[in-house]
Write a protein that binds this ligand. Structure first.
Ligand code: NAP
Length: 352
């Protein structure tokens, strides 16, 4: 991975943590750290000294269009593999409204401008750089949300401007708002923020573009951890080991209790070279990689950036693969083990 990651809200809090994490964990990346007070932040000054030449401080007022434009220009011709929207405003007064009667259009507009309008414009300003990066691996737009922005779990009310802005901001990290001409291998998702902060340090990530060579030249095998439904909908190659971490049911994800045991059966040697992948290489891949390295003791494990979807862009399924998995499908995939806890292996059936 190369290029410059762009982080807003980098002067303190979560944005500052992400800045530090990328500088320390991704030595090939540069970071453009943006906020109004980047030049006053002693933490950023210290990071700048430690990571000479890799940290660029970009003054940015996300409510000012000219400032956003200048920030976009700061990237020049560099690719931007990730835009991280950390900057946000709770309320100009510092305290969210505790009653709808206290809503004020000017204050609400200020919150919307900082949390939604500005980040949307900045995404537009960085779009060419995100597209440049997406030519080699999926680029990501991360819009940090908030639990209180969830419509489903909002039982308490209050903080109206902030909540509403955070719900709207969620759409910024949804593929639904992507322009149609985005390259096929570009993905967006809030989950990508976990790629930056998660991981136990015992596994790596590999660009989807490098996977074919790792399989052909270095003896790696893909461990496909997608759910049986995803596997049957998208397909797979017969050289992969398909062992689901969970089934995605109407009631939510059901964890596969035999995941680790089944992987151990398939890969008895803890030095086996494995490339773990869920659909997009985020949450589930991280979870599986942590479990396999910590509990399974595997030492040669990597996660495919962009997951199976990212990899298939570089090495698509052939007609032969498709015919094979469609025939396999006719035999029927048994989900009962994941859903009911019945171990179908006792009946000598395939896992799914
Ligand atoms: N902390 C939490 O418990 C929590 C919980 C849920 C969600 N979040 C979300 O996580 C993100 C980070 O939270 P945090 O607590 O780390 O934030 P924070 O400490 O309040 O920092 C906010 C950041 O946003 C920047 N910012 C504010 N207004 C800006 C503007 N007009 N233009 C450019 N930058 C601006 C600030 O920098 P300058 O002042 O230098 O501009 C600062 O770097 C936010 O999106 C927040 O909503 C936080």
């Amino acid at each position: 991975m190369s290029g410059s990651v762009f982080i807003t809200g980098a002067s303190r809090g979560i944005g500052l943590c992400v800045t530090e994490k990328i500088l320390t964990s991704y030595p090939t990346l540069k970071v453009i750290a943006a906020s109004r007070s980047v030049h006053d932040s002693s933490s950023l000054a210290s990071l700048s000294r430690q990571h000479s030449g890799r940290l660029i401080l970009q003054p940015l007022d996300i409510t000012d269009e000219e400032s956003i434009k200048r920030a976009g220009e700061a990237l020049g011709k560099e690719p931007c593999p990730m835009l991280f929207h950390g900057a946000a405003l709770m309320h100009p007064s510092g305290k969210g409204e505790n009653s709808v009667g206290r809503l004020c259009s000017e204050e609400m507009a200020a919150v919307m401008q900082t949390n939604v309008v500005g980040p949307a414009l900045l995404t537009g300003a960085l779009w060419p750089a995100l597209r440049r990066a997406a030519k080699t691996a999926p680029s990501k737009v991360v819009a940090v949300g908030a639990g209180v922005g969830s419509i489903g779990t909002n039982a308490a009310g209050g903080w109206y401007s902030y909540r509403i802005s955070k719900t709207a901001r969620g759409m910024l990290s949804s593929p639904a708002c992507l322009p149609a001409r985005m390259p096929r291998n570009a993905t967006v998702g809030r989950s990508s923020v976990l790629r930056v902060s998660a991981g136990n340090g015992k596994w790596q990530t590999v660009p989807a573009a490098d996977v074919k060579a790792l399989i052909n030249d270095k003896g790696y095998t893909i461990l496909d951890i997608r759910s049986p439904t995803e596997v049957s909908e998208v397909g797979y190659k017969f050289t992969w080991q398909t062992i689901p971490l969970a089934a995605l049911t109407d009631e939510g994800p059901v964890r596969n209790p035999y995941f680790l045991a089944t992987v151990k059966e398939a890969f008895p040697n803890t030095m086996s070279r494995m490339l773990v992948a869920c659909d997009d290489g985020t949450f589930r891949s991280d979870m599986a990689a942590d479990m396999l390295t910590e509990q399974g003791g595997y030492t040669n494990l990597s996660v495919i950036e962009g997951g199976i979807d990212g990899y298939l862009v570089h090495d698509p399924l052939t007609e032969k693969d498709k015919v094979k998995w469609q025939m396999e499908q006719q035999a029927g995939h048994d989900l009962s083990e994941l859903v009911t806890g019945v171990d179908t292996r006792q009946a000598s059936q395939k896992f799914y």
